[in-house]
Design a protein around this ligand. Structure first.
Ligand SMILES: [Zn+2]
Ligand SMILES: [Zn+2]
Length: 300
């Protein structure tokens, strides 16, 4: 299977001269082979993926769209995904159950006349909506397993396995310690962050088990450790936490993702270098990089 990043930014798109390397489009990752097309999130990056799919297709585009959660940066590209305007095309959209609204209605709502000039019923493609829990799904021989992660509202990570490779898409995830226990242990949290210590809670370790041995872990890396104390509870990780999670889970390659809109290319380069030297100083084998638009990773 092949991974391709179409949008790597978090929170809001951030175009401009200082984000040309990693890109300004919000979350969208394509994982595909010749038989199967799976797309993770419909941030602004999905627009260019749509154009590319139409160019690649021989008249019909069929795919599966997995949504981590429904914050703007993960769904705003949906109405601009051009394959949905072709009547021969077919898409199945997956998202979490339990938000209090039906999955389909969340998308219908986004395309109501107040927000967008075309309604969903005017989209000619065949669309199906599937609410998922943590039960694994079978997709042309691939297994896709969702897991709930730690983010305001509900959010899912997805594990994709084809029998040879394992990829995990886990964006918008915050350390459990700092969210669940922030009131009781605020002082302790700040002390920890000053010393650079990263502690994983039992709930984090359940996610580590979930992605154990992954070839590629795409994980939230929105903040620096210094920024994080002023953003507790916002639902995101800092670089050192993402590294610690990947190390504990014996991951081969960590791709930092959901870059802060204020993070320039130069600043992100520096954070990647810091993360790489952190891994080296501990004598560990883990490849660390930051996801950038257009980057592809080929796996068996
Ligand atoms: Zn987000
Ligand atoms: Zn979010």
């Amino acid at each position: 299977m092949n991974i391709k990043f179409w949008g790597t930014r978090g929170s809001i798109s951030a175009p401009g001269p200082e984000t040309t390397k990693y890109g300004g489009n919000t979350a969208c990752v394509e994982i595909s082979n010749s038989d199967t097309l799976a797309i993770f999130d419909a941030g602004t990056g999905i627009r260019l993926l749509g154009e590319d799919l139409l160019r690649r297709s021989s008249g019909r585009v069929e795919g599966h769209l997995f949504i981590s959660h429904f914050h703007f940066d993960h769904i705003v590209g949906f109405p601009f995904f051009r394959p949905l305007y072709g009547k021969n095309n077919k898409f199945t959209v997956y998202g979490c159950e339990g938000t209090g609204r039906k999955l389909e209605n969340i998308f219908v709502g986004q395309m109501s006349p107040e927000y967008f000039p075309v309604t969903m019923s005017e989209m000619p493609a065949e669309l199906q909506f599937v609410q998922v829990t943590t039960r694994p799904l079978n997709l042309n021989g691939w297994t896709i397993t969702p897991a709930y992660i730690n983010h305001p509202g509900l959010a899912l990570a997805y594990k994709i396995e084809n029998g040879k490779s394992k990829v995990v898409y886990m964006t918008d995830n915050e350390p459990f310690r700092y969210l669940l226990r922030q009131q009781a242990r605020k002082a302790e949290i700040f002390d920890d962050l000053k010393t650079g210590k990263v502690e994983l809670e039992r709930e984090d370790l359940l996610l580590v088990d979930f992605f154990e041995g992954a070839d590629v872990l795409i994980h939230d890396g929105q903040y620096t450790q210094a920024e994080y104390p002023s953003r507790l509870g916002w639902g995101h990780s800092f670089f050192e936490f993402a590294v610690e999670m990947a190390v504990q889970g014996h991951v081969k390659k960590l791709m930092l993702f959901h870059h802060d809109p204020d993070r320039t290319d130069a600043a992100l380069d520096k954070e990647v270098e810091k993360a790489q030297s952190l891994v080296r100083s501990r004598g560990l084998f883990l490849e660390v990089d930051a996801a950038r638009e257009g980057l592809e990773i080929a796996l068996p």
